[in-house]
Design a protein around this ligand. Structure first.
Ligand code: FEO
Ligand code: CA
Ligand code: CA
Ligand code: CA
Length: 501
């Protein structure tokens, strides 16, 4: 048995073995309930739960651990939401579904008297945010020439991971936006940002351009010693960088959501791993770097241009290309920063690794750092291709894996079988050892682990089960195997433990 506190999901469990079954497998004494799956009705207006569930965040209602709002990201479409796309060209209906089923859902969830988690479709909070929702732009790119003078953007899609702010809103990250933007002839520069929504306020919808435009995976927010807000972000692309944004002003708890203005003005930094330095991605630094490159001087005229063409700007100022930085978490115990570098076959990093950054003076506001490889994927550690992360109160990292479905169960990935959820202690005798807690259904990836405050429930997304299906009559997965279902559905489960002993 592994763990410390009974009656919590983050408590004792007997690690499971890898599996290739089309099931969500959990350790003995744990169960899951499907709270929402693709296309389920979420409210009285008949809106539907989106496709490709990823990030989750739970917001207690009246402090409750058994009733709250669940915010879920919807990253992308599959054959199950679009049907087969002929010759790579979507029909009008497919284009609509593609925009409709991506984005986010806010739903209300509760645990009934029998201990079963359910969705409450009578909720007044339940709603969809998708490719049609209008957002206010903030920050340096707002109204600038790179965005064609736009002060608003229509829609959000490719919403991958995210983070909760100190003022209880959700940041959601637009990751692989290019395909959907191109298919629907939308201006590409309006996507690839970090957006902010308030689960309790339908009208509050922002895209914060100060945080840069790239293939945003997630955000992890903390406070520097001097009170400024710090946001760590990964750019999930091969040979791309790790960023942090530091606000100009200081966090003031009494302002509540008013602190959101901190995300509109500040400095974006990129990690230079050779020097152990956070390098500013500013117009001043970029201008210096391109003083002998007149062809680039036309591209980078304002800070709005710098944040819009952020990937290029970051490399110009000395950001270090890394192996697909996915999720990032700040340890609540020692302010060290954990980054999943999922993999990068450009140079043989097949199983990926988790990097740990030690900020100078343990201050998130520091501009110097040291780092180590905290854990490496591979046969010895038992996991491959780490992706999302969550901390529990024992100081354990909960890590989901994302071996691509075309690589699963064969070659060098054979021994790992389906994707999984692993628990990795960050200190003590078991530091950096991975223990498997869950095994994912066929061709799926587990995403968005998020605990209720009492850690008795873990929300987890099951993303793209059966995604290699080409014939809808022969799906490669039928998860969640609900009565009457003939196809696979992505969705969110609530995992809870039975009382032990
Ligand atoms: Fe959407 Fe980088 O995972
Ligand atoms: Ca994914
Ligand atoms: Ca991811
Ligand atoms: Ca991934």
């Amino acid at each position: 048995l592994f763990g410390f506190n009974t009656n919590r999901v983050s408590g004792y469990f007997e690690p499971i073995a890898p599996s290739s079954e089309d099931k969500l497998l959990l350790p003995k004494n744990f169960k899951y309930d499907v709270v929402a799956a693709f296309d389920d009705v979420i409210n009285a207006a008949g809106e539907r739960f989106g496709e490709g569930s990823d990030y989750n965040a739970y917001f207690p209602l009246e402090g409750s651990n058994v009733r709250g709002l669940l915010v879920t990201n919807h990253e992308y479409s599959t054959i199950f939401s679009l049907g087969p796309v002929k010759d790579g060209k979507m029909t009008k209906e497919q284009l609509h579904n593609n925009l409709y089923y991506q984005g986010m859902s806010v739903i209300e969830v509760y645990r009934d008297e029998k201990g079963v988690w359910k969705m409450d479709i009578n909720s007044s909070h339940a709603r969809r945010i998708n490719g049609y929702t209008k957002f206010d732009l903030t920050g340096p790119a707002k109204g600038g020439s790179a965005l064609g003078g736009a002060t608003t953007a229509v829609g959000t899609f490719a919403n991958c991971s995210g983070g909760v702010t100190l003022w209880n809103t959700v940041l959601s990250c637009e990751e692989n936006f290019a395909e959907t933007a191109a298919a629907s002839s939308l201006p590409e520069t309006h996507y690839g940002w970090v957006i902010e929504i308030d689960p309790f306020d339908k009208k509050y919808l922002k895209k914060h351009t100060a945080l840069g435009r790239f293939n945003h995976e997630n955000t992890a927010m903390g406070i520097a010693k001097d009170g400024r807000v710090v946001v760590y972000m990964g750019d999930d692309k091969k040979d791309a960088c790790v960023y942090k944004f530091i606000s100009k002003g200081q966090y003031n708890k009494s302002l509540g959501r008013g602190n959101s203005a901190l995300l509109e003005e500040g400095t974006l930094y990129v990690a230079n791993l050779k020097k152990g330095e956070w390098v500013p991605v500013t117009l001043e630094a970029v201008s210096k770097a391109i003083k002998d490159k007149p062809e680039l001087q036309k591209k980078f005229v304002t800070q709005g241009d710098v944040v819009t063409y952020c990937q290029e700007a970051a490399l110009l100022v000395g950001g270090t290309p890394t192996d697909r930085p996915e999720d990032i978490e700040i340890s609540p115990f020692d302010n060290t920063i954990f980054i999943c570098h999922t993999n990068n076959d450009n140079h043989g990093n097949i199983h990926g690794h988790i990097t740990r950054i030690f900020e100078g003076g343990s201050d998130l506001g520091s501009l110097t750092f040291d780092f180590e490889i905290f854990a490496a994927g591979g046969r010895q550690s038992g996991f491959s291709s780490p992706d999302n992360l969550a901390f529990d109160s024992n100081g354990h990292l909960w890590v989901v894996t994302d071996i691509s479905s075309s690589s699963q169960n064969k070659g060098v990935h054979k021994s790992f079988m389906n994707n999984g959820l692993f628990v990795i202690p960050t200190s003590g005798p078991d530091q950096a050892k991975a223990l498997q807690f869950a095994s994912a259904p066929v061709e799926s990836e587990l995403t968005g682990p998020f605990f209720t405050p009492d850690e008795q429930t873990l929300f987890l997304s099951i993303q793209h089960p059966g995604e290699n299906t080409t014939d809808l009559n022969k799906p490669t997965s039928r998860w969640p195997h609900r009565a009457g279902d003939s196809k696979a559905r992505s969705g969110v489960v609530a995992i809870s433990g039975f009382k032990l002993g």
